[in-house]
Write a protein that binds this ligand. Structure first.
Ligand code: 57M
Length: 359
């Protein structure tokens, strides 16, 4: 809104010209989302505490988690509110992609909210069944993918990192592929969200990385110079990535070990889905495997553990899946696991950024 209200004034006051720049609006979108989370965090924690929206802790996990019982959860609601407010203030609201990413964020946030609400407020032990949750995720992902596919001139070619000459065209199959990326990203972030700051840290890193990719993909000259797919209008998504990273930082203030609040499914599902959608729109779909490599590692540890468990009727590869539980049970203290996993996420993001030149 600020963009629409203030930029037109540049003809009279040249200072308002600054609102035209994506870089300027990205920085202020990050700061706006950060301050909303940071300032409303204490109120949210009190409110959720008063409503007794406290985390139930399973007793079959690492015993160190039992002390966390009653920690307010569903903090993801604040993350989503801060992102929406910041985007409405700083984005070009005529941009089609901004609305698509808002749609998927709110859609997955609603699925997560229902699940959390059933478990934490209504005190139903299971929340939504896995089937119902996956079906809802699939529907929102397919609608999102259709909207992306329908955008003018959108290429259905998939970018293969490090190989600029290989980019298979999936045609209409791109809709299925993109829905798979969105559902996968959302669930991988959800599985990672099991230690204080473990999901939000790598989320900030991934959002900051895609902030650069979105800017490059939306810039006709830089994308041409770096031989990256030019996606008209995608630059505006750097502002979205900025809001994601900013709200993540504001949330991390309270979610840092020892956490005063958890994000809940409302946070983890929506953040993962928005990241997946941004990867699709910026045509860096496969690169998400590197940018979000930590989420991938965690998800793979579950896939291998469950597969092996079923095949061998009860044998395990890891002491417990996801991977963070395995290392916890090996004796790594929680803060060490968190920081080491962040280090891995940063290293993978740097590797992903090298694809801007190595191709
Ligand atoms: C949600 N939720 C956390 C919090 C957070 C298939 C299977 C691997 C699924 C997996 C699962 O259910 N994963 C998804 C993980 C939970 O956190 C809540 O959930 C939200 C995210 N959705 O925001 O509201 C707990 O995580 C801890 N936590 C923190 N700090 C945070 O900032 O400490 C979360 C956020 C919280 C808190 O303790 O209560 C969770 O872990 O439940 N299931 C599992 O991860 C289970 N693994 C398992 O069963 N492994 C089996 C294999 C064969 C499937 C095995 O390896 O043998 C483990 N999780 C738990 N106990 N809690 C193991 C048992």
């Amino acid at each position: 809104m600020l963009y629409h209200l203030l930029y037109p004034l540049h003809t009279t006051f040249s200072v308002f010209n600054v609102f035209r720049y994506i870089t300027f609006r990205t920085i202020y979108a990050s700061l706006t989302a950060f301050f909303i989370c940071f300032l409303l965090g204490p109120w949210m924690i009190r409110k959720l505490g008063a409503m007794q929206v406290g985390q139930y802790i399973r007793d079959d996990g690492p015993k160190t988690h039992l002390d966390k019982a009653g920690t307010p959860t569903m903090g993801g609601t604040l993350i989503i509110i801060s992102i929406i407010a910041s985007i409405l203030l700083w984005s070009d609201l005529t941009n089609y992609f901004v609305w698509i990413v808002l749609f998927v964020t709110i859609g997955y946030g609603t699925i997560g909210f229902i699940d959390d609400y059933l478990m934490q407020v209504k005190k139903q032990s299971k929340g939504l069944t896995v089937r119902k949750k996956l079906a809802l995720q699939g529907i929102v992902a397919l609608v999102t993918s259709l909207l992306v596919y329908a955008s003018p001139d959108f290429s259905t070619q998939v970018t293969i990192p490090f190989f600029k000459n290989i980019s298979p065209d999936f045609g209409w199959g791109y809709i299925i592929f993109s829905a798979f990326v969105i559902v996968g990203a959302s669930n991988a972030v959800n599985l990672t969200d099991g230690l204080d700051g473990l999901a939000i840290g790598p989320m900030i890193i991934a959002a900051s990385t895609y902030m650069i990719f979105a800017y490059v993909a939306g810039h006709v000259k830089i994308s041409d110079y770096l031989q990256i797919n030019y996606v008209i209008g995608s630059g505006e998504l750097s502002i979205f990535c900025g809001a994601l990273a900013g709200s993540g930082l504001g949330f991390l203030w309270f979610n840092a070990y020892p956490a005063q609040i958890f994000m809940g499914d409302v946070g983890s599902l929506s953040l993962g889905a928005s990241l997946g959608t941004i990867a699709v729109i910026t045509k860096q779909e496969i690169l998400l495997l590197l940018v979000g490599g930590l989420f991938v590692m965690e998800a793979l540890s579950v896939i291998f553990q469950v597969g092996f468990f079923k095949m061998t009727r009860g044998k395990r590869i890891f002491r417990m899946a996801p991977l963070h539980h395995h290392v916890e049970l090996k004796g790594w203290p929680e803060p060490k696991v968190i920081v080491r996993f962040w280090i891995i996420a940063i290293a993978l993001a740097l590797l992903a950024m090298s694809t801007l030149k190595l191709r």
